[in-house]
Design a protein around this ligand. Structure first.
Ligand code: OOB
Length: 542
């Protein structure tokens, strides 16, 4: 067996793999080789702007190769997993490309994740290293690392950007580049996180071949060129700013990535002006803030040609404001870390750009819209979105039981999204069947939060549901049946925080009820619970 082959990885069946290769989708190129090729083709072009640092392609590639040697000296081997939790800084790319070269796998955590999540990622992947910044956004990641180390015995190294204290400083690891036998393009390159709908987070294995295809095709669809300047304002490790076409797309096209530490207008607008940014990507709540701030801003935003909005539904009303208020075109993006990405096209009529979430990247993306029994619905009717294709996974990592439910026998991924398909192939997202709350693009798995609430001694039962919110689209409301005297909501919030879950998963509202309404088969009736949030929202709307 190859050193690089990841066990527990569900590959595409051979006939599909052959088809995707024959169609030219999978080209046998790795992410590491992609960067190296760009560095050779235009070494002096500007690749990355991060604060006052400006790296050319040659510099970026060299630093990645130096770090690969350092990682290798440290004992990081092919197939080793490394949890990477960095803010939007240049080192995110040197770390990831160093790991890609070695055939070690970054596991992409978000800066918001805390002890529970990071420990789970380390344990699920047997991670040997954890990469963090020292302090960011007022939070000391080294203290988080100390807690995680206690619970993840296989974790050998904590690598720190900045003041390392007892850990290893990333800056000390750069070493003379050496020739390395890297992975093959068909190997898994990294693990992405799923938004999830179950108690435990799920990990998504993406290969060099499949990911680079989605990146390359996205570059074409979005018209990126060496002149493109992309502002990365969303968390850099998320699939949207990473690959749709995102930072990797910009590197593929030979353009320039500008990293923003925050996505707020006061950070982003000066960067757009100074770097002449041409394209950026936002989730709907941020897009609304930008729309509200643009006119009054003293900054020149005229270089911006395309605003991508995705991660959650962007309503037609807000969509119509983009051109007049920001002066650029809009592209709606409906994607998922599991694979399928839909874009409205730059030459689509306004009608489609405002009212749909786009159509699939590839002619080989197979999209089905089905009823509860997996039968195709009539054209134009709402149904469950199923998909398979050249960059959609066939299984989560180490999750055989979940895979049996999340995929059909013939390999379609059950997205959990409810959509309507137009004759043009464009999809309109109409809702969600999965038990997940989309909090302005941050995905909250109801069962995961319910399990944490159930761990409190005064909680007999818990149900988390979405409640509509003007800014975030949805917020979370936890309904609790208390055991004995009801605890105060603030006590439950403190309890969840102390357990160490990401802030965005803490319920926005906690309500106590005597019992839950039940469905005919005796399950908690979440539809009725959602309706019960209506008076709460009215009461809190000014
Ligand atoms: C992106 O990826 P994830 O993995 O964080 O979340 C995927 C889920 C989808 O299944 C859908 O429920 C929701 O997020 N979603 C949207 C949406 N874009 C994503 N729902 C409605 N409208 C949209 N435009 O969120 C993601 C990955 C790549 C590109 C863009 C977004």
């Amino acid at each position: 067996m190859s050193d690089f082959l990841l066990p527990d990885f569900t590959p595409w069946p051979e006939e599909f793999a052959q088809r995707y290769r024959a169609a030219g989708h999978w080209r046998g190129e790795t992410l590491g080789a992609m960067l190296e090729a760009r560095a050779q083709a235009h070494p002096q072009s500007l690749a990355l702007v991060c604060g006052t640092r400006r790296w050319t392609y040659e510099e970026l590639d060299l630093k990645a190769r130096q770090l690969a040697t350092g990682f290798s000296r440290l004992g990081i081997r092919p197939r080793d997993c490394v949890v990477v939790q960095l803010p939007n800084v240049a080192e995110f790319f040197t770390v990831c490309f160093a790991l890609f070269r070695l055939g070690a796998l970054p596991v992409f955590a978000l800066p918001a994740h805390r002890r529970i999540e990071i420990t789970a990622f380390c344990q699920m992947t047997d991670a040997v290293a954890y990469v963090i910044a020292d302090v960011d956004g007022g939070f000391d990641y080294r203290s988080l690392a100390r807690e995680v180390m206690r619970e993840a015995p296989l974790l050998k190294h904590v690598l720190v950007l900045g003041q390392a204290e007892e850990f290893v400083a990333i800056s000390d690891l750069h070493d003379t580049p050496q020739d390395i036998i890297g992975p093959r393009a068909s190997d898994v390159a990294f693990l992405q996180l799923s938004g999830g709908s179950t108690g435990l987070p799920k990990l998504i294995p993406r290969t060099h071949d499949d990911y680079l295809y989605s990146v390359r095709a996205s570059v074409d669809i979005c018209g990126l060129t060496p002149d493109s300047v992309y502002l990365c304002a969303l968390p850099v490790a998320h699939n949207f700013p990473l690959s749709s076409p995102g930072t990797l797309g910009v590197f593929h096209a030979g353009g320039c990535v500008v990293l923003a530490r925050r996505a707020s207008p006061d950070t982003a607008f000066p960067l757009i002006e100074a770097e002449r940014v041409t394209i950026t990507a936002l989730v709907p709540p941020l897009a609304m803030v930008w729309l509200d701030s643009a006119r009054a801003s003293p900054h020149d935003l005229s270089s911006l040609k395309l605003l991508q909005v995705g991660g959650a539904k962007f309503g037609a009303e807000a969509a119509r404001r983009v051109k007049p208020e920001l002066g650029c075109a809009l592209q709606q993006v409906f994607g998922m870390a599991e694979g399928l990405v839909n874009y409205t096209r730059t030459d689509d009529p306004d009608e489609l750009v405002m009212n749909t979430q786009g159509r699939a990247i590839s002619p080989d993306d197979e999209v089905r819209v089905v009823d509860d029994e997996d039968r195709d619905v009539l054209p134009g009717e709402v149904g469950h979105l199923l998909t398979r294709g050249p960059y959609t996974i066939r299984g989560y990592y180490r999750a055989p039981e979940h895979n049996a439910r999340a995929f059909t026998i013939d390999g379609y991924y059950r997205t959990g999204d409810l959509v309507r398909r137009l004759p043009s192939g464009h999809l309109i997202v109409e809702g969600r069947a999965k038990d997940q709350i989309n909090r302005g693009g941050d995905k909250v798995a109801a069962e995961e939060v319910e399990n944490h609430l159930l761990a409190h001694p005064s909680v007999h039962d818990a149900a988390l549901v979405a409640m509509p919110d003007a800014y975030l689209g949805e917020k979370t409301c936890a309904f609790i049946v208390a055991r004995g005297d009801a605890p105060r909501p603030i006590e439950l919030v403190r309890f969840l925080r102390e357990r160490g879950i990401a802030q965005y998963k803490i319920p926005d509202r906690i309500l106590f009820v005597d019992q839950f309404p039940k469905t005919g088969v005796g399950k908690v009736n979440k539809r009725l619970l959602r309706e019960r949030t209506a008076p709460v929202i009215q009461a809190t709307t000014p």
